[in-house]
Design a protein around this ligand. Structure first.
Ligand code: ATP
Ligand code: ZN
Length: 210
C-alpha cells in the first residue's frame, strides 16, 4: 500500500491541536521545524505542514489524501472534498460586525454599504441569500480596522471570544457561519486498511475526550 499523506497547518491556531490528535493516535513523528514533510516512524503516513489556506486544494487534487483544516477555509475556496470527521477544536464563528455607534439595525441596513472581509466568497453568498446588495472589500488581514479608517461600514470576520471586535469599537451583528476543524479526505480516497485504521484511531481519541 502506498504511504498516506495528511496535510495539517504548519503554524497557527490549528497546528498544536492537529499535532496533538495525531500523537494521541499513537503516531510518532517530528513536529514541524523547517522541513515541509515529516515521516511517521510507526505507521505508513507522511505529514505535510502547510498554510491552512492551501490544505483544501491539496486534498482536492490528491497531493494529500487527508487534511485537517477549518470548515471556513474549505467553504471559502469551494473545495470538492469528503468531510470525514468533525474534530471538536478550532471552533469559531464568521460574523458581520458593525461599529458600536452604527445606525444599522438589521440585515437590510447593509444595502449599499461596504463590508471588509477576508472571506469574500462566503460573504457574497450570505448577502445573496439575504437579498442584500453590498460592496464587498476583500482584504487579507486586520479587517477590524476597516471601519475606523473609513474603509468600510461593517466587517465580516472570524470571531471566537469577541475581544478583538470590542477593542476596535465593533459589535457583532449577524452570524454568517459556524466553523470547527474537520478531517477531510480526497473524493477518490481508497478506504484501505490504513485509512480505516487511522480513522478508527482518530475517532477513539475523540470519544475518549467526551
Ligand atoms: P496560515 O499561516 O496557516 O495561513 P492563518 O493566519 O490563516 O494561518 P489562523 O489564524 O492560524 O490562520 O487560523 C486558522 C483557523 O483557526 C481559522 O481558519 C479558523 O478555522 C480557526 N479559528 C479558530 N478561532 C479563531 C480565531 N479567533 N481567529 C481566527 N481563526 C480562528
Ligand atoms: Zn491562512
Amino acid at each position: 500500500m502506498k504511504t498516506l499523506k495528511i496535510a495539517i497547518q504548519k503554524s497557527g491556531r490549528l497546528n498544536e491541536k492537529s499535532v496533538e490528535i495525531l500523537k494521541n493516535c499513537g503516531l510518532s513523528f517530528e513536529n514541524y521545524k523547517s522541513s515541509l514533510i515529516s515521516t511517521v516512524t510507526n505507521f505508513p503516513l507522511e505529514i505535510l505542514f502547510l498554510r491552512d489556506d492551501d490544505i483544501p486544494e491539496y486534498v482536492q487534487d490528491g497531493i494529500a489524501d487527508l487534511g485537517i483544516v477549518g470548515e471556513n477555509v474549505i467553504t471559502e475556496v469551494n473545495a470538492d472534498v469528503e468531510y470525514l470527521q468533525k474534530l471538536g477544536f478550532g471552533k469559531c464563528t464568521l460574523k458581520i460586525a458593525i461599529p458600536n455607534d452604527s445606525e444599522i439595525t438589521d440585515i437590510s441596513g447593509l444595502e449599499g454599504k461596504a463590508i471588509a472581509t477576508s472571506y469574500p466568497v462566503i460573504l457574497e453568498k450570505y448577502l445573496q441569500d439575504n437579498n442584500v446588495n453590498a460592496v464587498v472589500r476583500t482584504i487579507s488581514g486586520s479587517v477590524e480596522i476597516g471601519p475606523g479608517l473609513g474603509l468600510s461600514d461593517a466587517i465580516c470576520d472570524i470571531v471566537s471570544t469577541g475581544g478583538t471586535l470590542k477593542s476596535n469599537g465593533l459589535k457583532p451583528f449577524a452570524e454568517v457561519m459556524k466553523s470547527e476543524a474537520v478531517l477531510i479526505g480526497n473524493k477518490g480516497i481508497e478506504l484501505n486498511e490504513d485509512v480505516i485504521e487511522l480513522l478508527q484511531r482518530i475517532r477513539s481519541v475523540l470519544r475518549a475526550k467526551e
